[in-house]
Design a protein around this ligand. Structure first.
Ligand code: C2E
Ligand code: MG
Ligand code: MG
Length: 654
């Protein structure tokens, strides 16, 4: 639903504004055209009126004039018949005069005309009796007297009547002229009004266009800023940053500068534990800490989440860049005050140099990102410079993860993954009663990918869950095969890793396998690293305790390489300690290794644990272990990891 009271955008305002202006202009023009049309009608009415009135006045003059002529004709003849006929004509003319006058009077006449009509009426009233007298004298045959009256009085008065009618005609012309003038002025005003309104309309349109364009411009600018800025920190965002770096490269292609990628370590836990508001505060503070350390011309940007990228122009040599990065990493290894708690945060930093590592903004960013990723891989809280080898490694890791994912999705149908078994030698008895299952990956090209490379990758994704299951099922199948072949005394130790969630499912499956294949828990052992042991839940510990009760061995693998407290050694359901190859390598000459191995053996024995030495390669090492009562040895001195069938042969020969 569109938001109520949303401000009108210039794009909407433009048509609305112009519609209003055009509407007003159309109204004005319609009004003006109507007005002018009325005026033109009025003019034609006035002209018609005038023509009509003129014809009436002309008829009156003609009738009056005719009467004088008739009278003069009467004076010239003494034929009584002609006289009667002329008398009739005289009366007809009188009627014509009266009718036309009456018609004229019935018109819409003004005051002046009314006055003129009265004057004319008075004159007509004087003329008519005189003309009648002339006619009477003619009838009485007193022609001289009639002629004298006609010439001396009647004609003069008759002329006055004509003059008065002419005056009326003149007045009529004047008043029509006045009306015309008035209409002409009105038309002029209407015309002026139209022109004025149209000019105002055009000016308003221009004003509106300018205002809207201005507003559009401001909006565009705001949008451009918003599209280029990170809203939380007001720093340039990714697309703007790439533009800035590319512009700098174009402007100064010979310069030396660095693109530095920052990622806060374990930032997700801050959001999860303290909420996003606190997370945002920390991000702003983090940005401020970097901003304080940089100089004019350097550009810090935020790419979203906890990723920040810096264009470092101010350090223009590799040495200066190195000093800057080192100092900044110290500044960023710091605490943040959150709700009166001090939170310590570190960050992983990746650096790429222009033009050594890349020559475009995007490539520099990619390489800085790869270096940052490599810093994360190296344990976080450090910085890494871009190197082609690191890049190759990261790309290989991506490919390996992807391929492994596909293999496991296809249930390993091409048998690229398989297990080898490395025998463990019981030192006192010289017998092989157990082996360690070690996973192998032979890829399509026939190359061997070792677990040291792909297991850590699998541990970072859910692939480890599938690998654990695969190893477990394969080891159970192998044990089942051995059992069928009469080899019943070789325990298989399985390496398991992953988080607490994985273990619950895994142990369930383990129990199911044992039941379905009718295998004893005594035939299996589990190897867990100290790191894995530190992560498992109490529930899993109880489960492991149950399994140990049933006779399964549980070993701490690579003992001594990670952290495990003595109390955990006491509390965890462990049966065995496997001393890491790293300590065995130095035996018997290295004093430290000598002391440490001796101590671990004594410690294990005092806790009633079996001790296995890994990576035994020499007779001297074996000798030392024997002397110090180490229980078991595993290493190339005896056997490399072997196939299941080879173990079978080995046992059958023994
Ligand atoms: P680990 O569990 O400590 O296994 C012992 C490693 O030492 C094996 O390497 C083995 O081949 C090697 N080794 C044994 N004796 C000698 C020796 O005398 N000299 C030398 N140089 N090496 C020796 P591998 O098979 O490459 O496995 C490496 C690691 O990968 C294992 O260390 C284990 O942590 C992990 N891994 C192997 N298989 C699996 C598996 O199925 N599941 C899991 N989760 N991890 C596995
Ligand atoms: Mg192991
Ligand atoms: Mg080991």
């Amino acid at each position: 639903m569109p938001e109520k009271n949303a401000p009108l955008r210039p794009k909407t305002l433009l048509p609305i504004g112009f519609s209003i202006i055009i509407f007003i202009m159309i109204l004005t023009n319609i009004f003006a055209i109507t007005k002018m049309n009325n005026h033109s009608n009025l003019m034609s009415d006035t002209v018609n009126q005038r023509l009509y009135n003129n014809s009436l006045l002309r008829n009156m003059i003609q009738a009056s004039f005719n009467r004088s002529i008739i009278l003069s004709d009467m004076l010239k003849t003494d034929d009584p018949f002609i006289n009667d006929e002329l008398f009739l004509k005289l009366n007809i003319e009188a009627t014509t005069f009266t009718v036309n006058r009456a018609k004229f009077e019935s018109q819409d006449i003004d005051e002046k005309m009314d006055q003129l009509l009265i004057e004319q009426d008075k004159l007509s009233r004087k003329v008519a009796p005189l003309q009648n007298k002339v006619y009477e004298l003619i009838q009485l045959d007193q022609r001289d007297q009639a002629l004298a009256l006609f010439n001396n009085q009647t004609l003069a008065l008759q002329n006055k009547v004509h003059t008065s009618i002419n005056e009326m005609s003149e007045h009529q012309y004047q008043s029509a002229q006045g009306t015309f003038e008035q209409l002409k002025n009105d038309n002029k005003n209407v015309l002026m009004t139209i022109v004025l309104f149209n000019i105002i309309g055009v000016l308003l349109s221009i004003l509106l266009t300018v205002l809207i364009l201005k507003r559009q411009n401001i909006n565009d600018q705001k949008l451009a800023i918003a599209a280029n800025t990170d809203t939380l920190t007001q720093l340039p965002n990714r697309s703007r940053f790439i533009q800035i770096v590319d512009q700098h490269i174009n402007a100064e292609p010979e310069s030396i500068f660095a693109v530095i990628f920052f990622d806060i370590d374990y930032f997700k836990t801050i959001n999860d534990n303290y909420g996003h508001a606190i997370g945002d505060k920390i991000l702003v503070e983090f940005a401020q800490k970097i901003s304080v350390a940089i100089k004019d011309g350097d550009v810090l940007s935020r790419f979203g989440g906890d990723e920040f990228v810096l264009l470092l122009k101010s350090a223009n040599s590799h040495e200066k860049i190195a000093t800057f990065v080192h100092n900044l990493s110290t500044v960023l290894d710091t605490s943040f005050n959150v709700k009166n708690n001090e939170i310590f945060l570190t960050s992983s930093i990746g650096v790429a140099h222009y033009s050594k590592d890349a020559t475009t903004a995007k490539a520099l960013l990619k390489n800085a990102d790869v270096s940052m990723y490599s810093a994360k891989q190296s344990g976080r809280n450090c910085y890494q410079y871009y190197s082609k080898a690191t890049n190759r490694k990261i790309e290989r890791n991506h490919t390996l993860s992807h391929t492994l994912h596909t293999i496991l999705k296809d249930d390993n149908k091409n048998k690229e993954l398989f297990l080898l078994y490395q025998p463990l030698m019981n030192i006192a008895e010289g017998a092989i009663n157990e082996c360690e299952a070690l996973i192998r990956w032979k890829n399509k090209k026939g190359e061997m990918v070792m677990p040291d490379e792909f297991i850590p990758l699998a541990e970072k994704s859910n692939l480890i869950e599938k690998i654990n299951l695969f190893v477990l099922n394969e080891a159970c199948k192998q044990q089942n095969e051995w059992q069928q072949a009469g080899i019943t005394d070789v325990r298989i130790n399985i390496n398991l890793s992953g988080n607490k969630l994985i273990f619950k499912k895994l142990l369930k499956q383990f129990r199911r396998n044992l039941r379905s294949m009718n295998l004893s828990p005594l035939l299996f052992g589990i190897e867990l690293t100290e790191r894995t042991l530190n992560e498992i839940s109490q529930d899993t510990i109880y489960e492991l305790e149950d399994m140990r009760e049933l006779g399964m061995k549980i070993a701490i693998d690579d003992f001594g390489t990670d952290y495990s407290s003595l109390i955990s050694l006491k509390n965890l359901p462990i049966t065995t300690l496997k001393i890491d190859k790293g300590f065995i390598d130095g035996l018997p000459d290295n004093k430290d290794d000598f002391a440490l191995v001796k101590t671990i053996i004594n410690l294990g024995h005092s806790l009633n644990l079996d001790i296995v030495a890994e990576g035994v390669e020499t007779f001297e090492q074996l000798q030392f272990l024997k002397e110090h009562a180490c229980n078991t040895a595993q290493g190339y001195y005896f056997h490399r990891p072997l196939e299941g069938m080879q173990i079978m042969d080995l046992k059958l020969v023994a």
